[in-house]
Design a protein around this ligand. Structure first.
Ligand SMILES: C[S@@+](CC[C@H](N)C(=O)[O-])C[C@H]1O[C@@H](n2cnc3c(N)ncnc32)[C@H](O)[C@@H]1O
Length: 206
């Protein structure tokens, strides 16, 4: 077995043993252990949350004093007192309305969004970054000033453009590659700290 497969198998087995719905849960655990944004009482919006690993981690870390709202096209079996699942497309106005009804503002926005892969890297990468850009627009609507956002990005032609946009909106933007993300996988996580709310106050009122 190649090292990357062994690592994937290790996190898959560990997720099964520890009751996580996806091995992706460990990526968020590792990112949050470093940057500490999932604080007790925080309100978190988790975009592209199915099957639910990130939502489980966020729900446990924010505790019952906080709230996690997960959004996905696919269903999620995870249930918790502080968890609300919205089944829908992040591009649809109805989905945005349902998010807004759960909370008008969040302390943290997470995006692990990924399209169905076609196996053609350039196309998959630009579709994934387009989804992340939609998540960035949603972040502008819902994230409070000073808040944190995390975006998965497939590396490709449009990735740097996305990073440039994020840098205009946040005090600090860091590229993270958690150990649970396979070295060979061309995905990175962009950790965006300290939203500069005044930069887009006008957009927010639209
Ligand atoms: C890699 S998975 C997320 C894994 C998740 N973070 C976890 O820990 O279980 C990516 C998700 O993005 C969702 N997705 C893709 N496009 C979407 C869209 N337009 N609206 C909502 N969800 C979408 C997919 O359905 C898929 O479940």
């Amino acid at each position: 077995m190649r090292l990357s497969e062994a690592r994937r198998e290790y996190f898959r087995r560990r997720a099964r043993e520890e009751g996580y719905l996806s091995r992706a849960a460990y990526k968020l655990i590792q990112i949050d252990d470093k940057y500490r944004f999932l604080s007790k009482g925080a309100k978190v919006l988790d975009l592209g949350c199915a099957p639910g690993g990130w939502s489980q981690v966020a729900s446990a870390r924010v505790t019952d004093k906080g709230l996690v709202v997960g959004v996905d096209l696919s269903p999620v079996s995870f249930k918790a007192r502080n968890y609300l699942f919205v089944k829908g497309d992040i591009s649809s106005p109805q989905t945005l309305q349902l998010i807004r009804e759960s909370s008008s503002s969040f302390d943290c926005v997470l995006s692990d969004l990924s399209p169905k892969l076609m196996g053609v890297w350039d196309a998959d990468s630009s579709r994934q970054v387009a989804l992340a850009s939609e998540a960035l627009d949603i972040t502008k609507l819902f994230l409070r000033g000073g808040g944190t956002a995390v975006f998965k990005l497939f590396q490709g032609e449009t990735t740097n453009e996305f990073i440039g946009e994020a840098k205009k909106l946040f005090q600090r933007v860091v590229i993270s590659k958690p150990p649970a993300s396979r070295k060979q996988a061309s995905e990175i996580y962009l950790v965006c700290l300290g939203l500069l709310a005044d930069k887009f106050a006008a957009d927010k009122e639209l």
